[in-house]
Design a protein. Structure first.
Length: 254
């Protein structure tokens, strides 16, 4: 009898292996209770029958889900790609906005600092011009060829010329010796720039009389280090020279 039952057992095993998972579970439960002669045999039988009835519905639902997935999968991929792109763009825009705000703040700080520097420079220039205009000395500037590029207003009182009359003229045009002959002072210094101090020069007044100055100056250079000219100041010592000569004359005749 055992030999006769072998083909049937083999058939049932093959049939069991070809069953879908949805049917294997109820049959396993049925065998569990049947081997133990449980009183729940009827319940398992109904469960098996209910599963067999529900299997077509389950298969139909699986088919519908599979078709729906195949139909909507490209759209889902596109939607996911669009969402990813939108996220990347939003992050990039936020980063760009932060950079713009940071750059704007830096520009505002730089502009404010530059404005403060310009105000300080303007104030310093005003103080410098006020100092020049209120001094009795004649402040001047010449270029690398010896032509006046700046003359203070005191020149009107000291030499009788307006600043506009001297601008563009060579400084040596107004330099004279004690014999009222034209001489050169800046020409040698322009060839070999160097600082000079308290050099006595004589310049001709617009009325023709001679004025004695103590002249001091220093060279200045551009950003490339090239010689650009001289800046200096002339102090009127004509009266001092006259008194000195008078005292010397009186002392020699006493």
């Amino acid at each position: 009898m055992f030999l006769k039952s072998q083909p049937r057992r083999l058939q049932r095993r093959l049939h069991h292996n070809t069953m879908s998972p949805s049917r294997k579970l109820p049959i396993a439960v049925f065998r569990f209770f049947f081997k133990r002669k449980s009183s729940l045999f009827t319940l398992c039988l109904f469960s098996l029958q209910g599963t067999a009835v529900a299997e077509p519905a389950i298969n139909a639902a699986n088919n519908i889900a599979s078709n729906a997935l195949q139909h909507y999968f490209p759209s889902l991929v596109l939607a996911l790609a669009a969402l990813t792109l939108a996220t990347i763009l939003s992050v990039y825009i936020a980063t760009l906005r932060r950079r713009i705000i940071h750059t704007k703040q830096c520009i505002e700080k730089e502009t404010l600092a530059r404005t403060e520097i310009e105000n300080d420079l303007k104030q310093s220039q005003e103080q410098f011009h006020n100092l020049i205009e209120n001094t009795n000395d004649f402040v001047w500037e010449v270029d690398s060829k010896g032509h006046y590029t700046y003359v203070s207003h005191q020149v009107r009182h000291l030499l009788g010329y307006s600043p506009e009359e001297l601008l563009g003229h060579n400084a040596d045009e107004f330099t004279r010796n004690r014999n009222n002959s034209r001489t050169t002072l800046l020409a040698p210094m322009l060839k070999q720039p160097s600082t000079f101090s308290s050099v006595e020069i004589i310049q001709r007044h617009k009325s023709g009389q001679l004025v004695v100055f103590e002249c001091s100056g220093l060279p200045f250079y551009d950003q490339q280090g090239c010689f650009s000219g001289y800046r200096g100041v002339n102090r009127d010592v004509t009266e001092v020279q006259r008194l000195t000569r008078k005292m010397a004359y009186q002392a020699s005749h006493d």
